[in-house]
Ligand binder design. Structure first.
Ligand code: ADP
Ligand code: MG
Length: 296
């Protein structure tokens, strides 16, 4: 490959809103056959809103929001921002939290008004308390998941107290971007820490079949999913935005970061899609192929 053509490709990339770490990156793009897409913030907007409050029997709805909101107020997670904002809008100023703790990919905990409050995924709350989740709440949470939403479980003082449902929206350009990746001969897959049902519902909206969805993956395990695909002989591009995507972006044959994402993701990636628009992912792959075709 002549360096000049690669440099021209790099310059063309900049015009398309694609920042390329070095000319050699274009070379590794050629053989990519699988594109692993992070869900939250990559395929979806990553801006969650609270859409439902489901208190357990005997629990006051405002108290549920107030205590959960107070703990989430200390977290920067998109779910946390949605919960804290909605709580403040609906119940006013939030009480202080003591002993705040955040567990990646699981949830948050802290003491509010003397109560030990835990907010996060159901399995994580279940690990801490053996208590059986009320059937009605489980059914409502599963319904929400089926619609692509994320239920967040809330408990305090050793008991489940309710579910808050947050929702994100698929970015308008995601579906066509994924169609274009497929027409370039690539296999798009969806990877997320979110629950299986919500992940499948989002996948269905963008045309990714259920068998190509990998859900409930802890942040520390995302890179392993990439390595497993590589071990099967796949050449993997990964597209992500979060701190929890950085290791997977580095492990991938080609890492693409959303320019709207975290510094950790951008540093770990080979390419940055400046606008954070997934539509530039197929552009990047076409550009690399064309540049290399020119050289041949
Ligand atoms: P993603 O891979 O979609 O970016 P994460 O790994 O950040 O997701 O989180 C996975 C799951 O862990 C979330 O869907 C949620 O159920 C739970 N979770 C993580 N952080 C929080 C939080 N601050 N509040 C409530 N739930 C959380
Ligand atoms: Mg993300």
């Amino acid at each position: 490959a002549t360096p000049t053509a690669l440099l021209v490709g790099t310059g063309r990339g900049a015009q398309l809103g694609i920042l390329i770490k070095g000319p050699e990156v274009l070379e590794s793009t050629r053989r990519v056959d699988t594109v692993v897409l992070d869900k939250t913030g990559t395929v979806t907007a990553g801006r969650m809103t609270l859409v439902d409050v489901l208190p357990a029997e005997g629990v006051d709805e405002r108290e549920l929001l107030r205590l959960a909101g107070a703990v989430e107020d200390a977290s920067a997670h998109p779910i946390a921002r949605a919960v804290a904002q909605a709580a403040r809008d609906r119940v006013g100023p939030l009480p202080a939290v003591e002993g705040f703790q955040s567990t990646d990919g699981r949830g948050v905990a802290g003491v509010v008004d003397g109560s030990a409050v835990v907010v996060g995924r159901r399995a994580w709350l279940a690990e801490q308390w053996a208590q059986h989740a009320p059937d009605l709440l489980v059914a409502a949470a599963e319904d929400a998941e089926g619609d692509g939403r994320t239920p967040v479980w809330v408990g305090w003082d050793g008991a489940l107290r309710g579910v808050l449902v947050v929702s994100d929206t698929v970015k308008p350009s995601s579906r066509s971007a994924i169609d274009r990746l497929r027409s370039l001969g690539l296999r798009p897959m969806l990877l997320t820490g979110d629950n299986e049902r919500a992940a499948r519902a989002v996948a269905a909206q963008v045309g990714i079949p259920a068998q190509d969805v990998v859900a409930e993956v802890l942040p520390t395990d995302k890179a392993d999913v990439v390595r497993r695909l590589q071990a099967e002989g796949r050449v993997v591009a990964m597209v992500g935005d979060g701190v929890n995507d950085a290791a997977a972006l580095a492990a991938a044959d080609l890492g693409l970061a959303m320019g709207t994402g975290t510094d950790a993701a951008i540093e770990a990636a080979d390419l940055t899609l400046v606008s954070g628009d997934l539509a530039t992912a197929p552009d990047a792959i076409r550009l690399a192929r064309r540049t290399l075709a020119t050289i041949k």
